[in-house]
Design a protein. Sequence first.
Length: 426
Amino acid sequence: MTFRFLASLAGSPRGGHPIDATAGDRRPLRLLIGTDTYPPDVNGTACATYRLAGALVTRGHDVHVVCPSEQGPPRVERAGGVTVHRLRSVAGPVRPDRRIIVPVLLAGTLARMVRRIAPDVVHVQDHFVVGRALIEAARRLCVPVVATTRFLPRAGRQGRVAGIAVCELGKALAWHDLARVFGRADHVAAPSRAAAELLAGRGLTRPVEPVPYGVDLSRFRPREEPKTWARATLGLPDRETALFVGRLDAETRLDELLQALREVCRSADAQVVLVGDGPRRGRLERLAGAMGMGGRAHFLGPVPEDVLHLAYASADVFAMPKVSGLDSAATLEAMASGLPVVAAEAGTRTHLVQHGTTGYLYRPGEVPAFARFLTRVLTDGELAATMGTIARTVAATHDHLRSLSRIEEIYAGLAQTYGGRVQRLV
């Protein structure tokens, strides 16, 4: 099912960004953002980077993004005021849906790009191929670097096969690699306070500052229209609805959501709506059919940014079984939209979801508890409304404009310190 036709409902072209009058008199900067994933990829890093770049454009900055080409051949495009430099890429060996750049071809390309663009600041969004190569180029050319990550090394389910000791060794090496790469940055920003505390204890030689990107409270808010209207617009049946937004892969543990749905349907006329795409989509669709939940599990695929708010408007509760990752932008968007949240307990999410107040937390993997809490919210409209109201209040303390202002302060300070000059290689 495609939702391109829904973009017209947003009132502006996809990727368009109105000028923000609150930008003030701060000097516009030229910024180069590096990332290994960017839309049309659907994942937390891609979406957060896209929104950061667009928001910076609204503040009057000249924003460039360098990322892998989603099709293979390189190109430069202008989208929503952002100049996107897509570099030649190949299909990833582990995840063919994720395009990667051959590292040996990258160093010279990025050095030439940095010289040509002459950015005041470089901001990398990860420490993988593009991130580490861009940090190297920026260091050699005396350009200040800000580094952000959502990466969370973990043992994962492969521990059953590889052995716990091997997986723990892999985690330790992954943390060491991250600390080594980000140790060359001038400023390290984490997407939440919990993430900053976690990163700070993993060998980083730089202080880690929590600078959450926050949520656009004007876009993600409780809607005046009835949920039946939003459901009809998205082509969904009019039932109590649990929503998930994110990447459909093994890490999100969506098989547990489908298992919980089967239990919920014993007490409620309910359905699950999944927004996003990924390598597990086909498997999850088949699992839903095998469980007899095919008519109650709706896979919408990637929904355009400009109409994502409709997905939240169609729901009664937000479900998040994922335990990995250093932030949860979708959880925050759901809360800003006035939805209670039922989520797996994770250290980086418990500062948002207050058990019994803004939703419920359950132990990861405990499907009966997951189903019980979903049922409680879906069958008690008054409880859901009360929790949703409090959730909106909590989300209001994470206004993206406040976070954006802090990011600008970091950029401006570094640009002033370095003098905004790109040096030639010796």
